[in-house]
Structure formats: structure tokens, C-alpha cells
Design a protein around this ligand. Structure first.
Ligand code: HEM
Length: 407
């Protein structure tokens, strides 16, 4: 029998819903996404840029299936203008996010060693030293202090530069470029100039690493290029997102700390039970609405039945990890922050081959941040009413722009 007769393709497809880019404040769950979750396990969406529509999967099981099944291809999506949130679309060679197997494995291999659990154990004392120095400055200058500017922004960027092997003398420039690229205020032109600068710099440091014996990422990439495992442009395409990846920690932790600062029961619990902070941070990872709308699409390479509907070969598909993290079948009372939630198999770092490269690093940085801030700033509380905290607008990754605290 044909796929058509075994899958309920005769059903009318769901309507295509526009999903405009709303500027959401605080940690509110996107109301459009909430509607889409109610409307069906599988809906159809149109985002502000790109062309046409895409399927959207919101249920945990469907999201897991789509993100781990090779019949859904990232590489195929680079040949199309799939409907998306981002105005620009310029996948680079070497980009992990757009590679399918076996390319994805070939590209990942040179850098994977730098992001393992044991590599993160080695990094920990250096990361703690970076953080201590930043918090020393905060304590020295006294309250009030903007945690974003003084700690949450410089900390991940500096640790990532340690791990990548950015020479001390180049750091101010590299950090200025990354800040410009991720800033929402500088405009597209400034961001494009910063990208050209950063990628040019990466090219030269990868070249310089050809015969290095170091274990930092640029040394690993330099050797992989000189050994012929990956091309030079691939090395540049691999390194760029890693160099910028710390941004996710700034904004995700910004949301976490805002939640802790505005919900006394969470802060009290974190202070009273340091040993239970791990599960609390996991629950916050599940709950935090990390991004706006959805990320990178996939294309169905063949007809696939999902949630009783036929996704046809060639159709574009988005998944929402945020929605999957609120699936009531997996997370009872999903809109409630429950630090005792167990098990908590959230998908905050994605799923399948594209699972976040920096997940272990992100957990390390988040844990150190919460431990150190709670320890060094006893009585830490917001220095302004919660509704006066400013939030990032017109952005892929949501988070507070400032987090003024006093203690
Ligand atoms: C991919 C979340 C921090 C590097 C991803 C994905 C998610 C995610 C949801 C996409 C999975 C997919 O495409 O299906 C987060 C969160 C972070 C964080 C919530 C912080 C709390 C970081 C850091 C780095 C990083 C610190 C690097 C320094 C990457 C890279 C990818 C990725 C390179 C692409 C992986 C691939 O496609 O193979 N992350 N991330 N992330 N992340 Fe993260």
C-alpha cells in the first residue's frame, strides 16, 4: 500500500498561522506558542522572514522523533528560504548546526574533546578565578550593581576565550566584536562589520595553530586543518558560533536570576539547600523561555507520519523545545516551577545529533554563577521593582538587559 493510504493524508491540513515577532518581557511564555500547543500536536506556521510555511511540532515525543530521525535534514534546509525569525540567512561551510551525518561527525570531531565533562573539570578552577575577580569588583564598588554588565556578560565570554585559546592581547578586540555581533542596539551594519573582523581574526589564529601542541580549540582546529581533516573555511565556520556561544549563558542565567530574585521561595530554597541547587537549576532550564519563536528548520527527505499527520517529502519542519518542555504528559503541571520535579528530562539544550555543543560548559558556568553570587552577596535582591527591569527586544535569545541588584 502507498504511504497515502496508510497515513491519514486525506485530512485537511491545519490552517497556516502567522507567528509575528512579539517583544516579550519578563519570563512570560509566548502566548502564540501556547495557542499553537492547544491547536494541535502538529500545526503550520509562517514566521516574519523566509518563504512559505513550515510544520511546527510542540509535543515532547514528536520533538524527540523529528530531532533524532535522519529523515529530517538540516543540510537540505540550507538550499531553501524556509520561513524563519532571522532576517538574514547565510549558513557558512563548517557550521555544525546545518550539517547532517556523516558530515556532522567529521566536523564535530576536532572540537568535541574541548567540551567534554573532563575538559570542563580542568577548566573549573580557571573559570572560578575569572568569576571571583569580577565579583571582587562588584563587592569593592558596593551596591547597587548591574549584574548583567558586571558579571553575566563578561564572565561567559572570558571563559569561552580561555577555552578557545584567545591570546590575552587579542581579547579586548575579540570581546568587542562578539559584543557587537550579539548586541541588539548597534544595527545590522555594525554587526556585519564585527563579523567580518571576527572571522578574519579566526582565520589567522587557526593558521597560526597549524603546528601548535596546545589543547585549546584554536590549536585543535589548526592541527585538524593542517592534517587535512577539515578545510580552513570549515574551521572558521566551526569556531565562530563557539566563540559567540557564551551569549546564551548570559541571557539564560539572566532569566534564571530574575526568577530567583522575584520568587522568594526559590531564593530561600537555593540558600537553604546548596546541595539541591543542581535540580533547581535544571528545573529553571526547563522553565526559562530561552528563545523567541523557533530556531533552525529541518526538511523531510521522505514522507513521514507524525502525530497522525503526513509530513510530505520536501516539507519544512520546525520543532519547539520550549513547548516540549511544557508537555503535560511528561511534566505534570508544566507551568509551575517545581524544584522537586523528578525525573526532569527537559530539552533545554536540544536533542539528537544537534544537541548543544556547549551544554556541559553552560551548566558549569551557571552553577558557578549561582553559587558565587549567593555566597558573596548575602541578601542579594533586586534594586528596582521587577517591572522596571528592562528586557532585550528584537532578539533571538530572550533575557534582561540589566539586572540591578543590591545587598
Ligand atoms: C545548539 C541551547 C549554551 C554552542 C544549541 C541548541 C540549543 C542550545 C537548544 C539547538 C539544538 C538544535 O539545533 O536542535 C543552549 C542553551 C545554552 C547554550 C540553553 C545556555 C544555557 C551554549 C554555549 C555554547 C553553545 C555556552 C558554546 C560555547 C552551541 C552550538 C550548537 C548549539 C555550537 C550547534 C550544535 C549542532 O548543531 O551540532 N544550544 N546552548 N551553546 N549550541 Fe547551545
Amino acid at each position: 500500500t502507498t504511504v497515502e493510504s496508510s497515513a491519514p493524508s486525506g485530512r485537511t491540513p491545519p490552517p497556516v498561522r502567522d507567528w509575528p515577532a512579539h517583544d516579550l518581557d519578563g519570563t512570560d511564555f509566548d502566548p502564540v506558542l501556547a495557542d499553537l500547543m492547544r491547536e494541535g500536536p502538529l500545526t503550520r506556521i509562517r514566521l516574519p522572514h523566509g518563504e512559505g510555511w513550515a510544520w511546527l511540532a510542540t509535543r515532547y515525543e514528536d520533538v524527540r522523533l523529528i530531532t533524532s530521525d535522519p529523515r529530517f535534514s538540516r543540510a537540505e534546509a540550507t538550499c531553501r528560504q524556509v520561513t524563519r525569525l532571522a532576517p538574514d540567512f547565510a549558513p557558512r561551510p563548517g557550521s555544525l548546526a546545518w550539517a547532517d551525518q556523516p558530515e556532522h561527525n567529521r566536523l564535530r570531531r576536532p572540537v568535541a574533546g574541548a567540551f567534554t565533562v573532563s575538559a570542563m573539570k580542568r577548566l573549573r578552577p580557571r573559570a572560578q578565578a575569572v568569576l571571583d575577580e569580577l565579583v571582587d569588583g562588584v563587592v569593592r564598588d558596593g551596591p547597587p550593581s548591574d549584574l548583567i554588565e558586571r558579571v553575566l556578560e563578561p564572565f561567559p565570554v572570558t571563559v569561552v576565550s580561555e577555552l578557545m585559546g584567545v591570546p590575552a592581547a587579542d581579547r579586548p578586540q575579540v570581546h568587542a566584536w562578539t559584543r557587537q555581533i550579539i548586541s541588539t542596539s548597534g544595527g545590522a551594519e555594525a554587526a556585519a562589520r564585527a563579523k567580518t573582523g571576527l572571522y578574519g581574526w579566526i582565520r589567522s589564529i587557526v593558521r597560526a595553530g597549524a603546528h601548535s601542541t596546545g589543547e585549546d580549540v584554536y590549536a585543535l582546529l589548526g592541527r585538524a586543518v593542517s592534517g587535512g581533516d577539515i578545510g580552513e573555511e570549515e574551521a572558521v565556520g566551526l569556531a565562530g558560533p563557539l566563540q559567540i556561544g557564551g551569549e546564551a549563558v548570559t541571557h539564560n542565567c539572566g532569566q534564571m536570576l530574575f526568577l530567583m530574585l522575584t520568587r522568594p521561595e526559590l531564593m530561600e530554597r537555593a540558600r537553604a539547600r546548596p546541595e539541591a541547587r543542581g535540580p533547581l537549576l535544571d528545573e529553571l532550564l526547563r522553565y526559562v523561555p530561552h528563545r523567541s519563536t523557533v530556531g533552525l528548520a529541518r526538511i523531510a527527505l521522505e514522507d513521514v507520519e507524525v502525530a497522525g499527520r503526513l509530513i510530505a517529502a520536501g516539507d519544512a519542519v520546525h520543532v519547539s523545545y520550549l513547548a516540549a518542555n511544557r508537555d503535560p504528559d511528561v511534566f505534570p503541571v508544566p507551568d509551575r516551577i517545581d524544584p522537586d520535579r523528578d525525573p526532569n528530562p527537559h530539552l533545554a539544550f536540544g536533542n539528537g545529533p544537534h544537541f548543544c555543543t556547549g551544554a556541559v560548559l553552560a551548566r558549569l558556568l551557571t552553577g558557578l554563577l549561582v553559587d558565587t553570587l549567593l555566597d558573596r552577596l548575602p541578601g542579594m535582591r533586586l534594586a528596582v521593582p521587577p517591572e522596571q527591569v528592562l528586557w532585550r527586544h528584537r532578539t533571538m535569545i530572550r533575557g534582561p538587559r540589566t539586572l540591578p541588584v543590591t545587598w
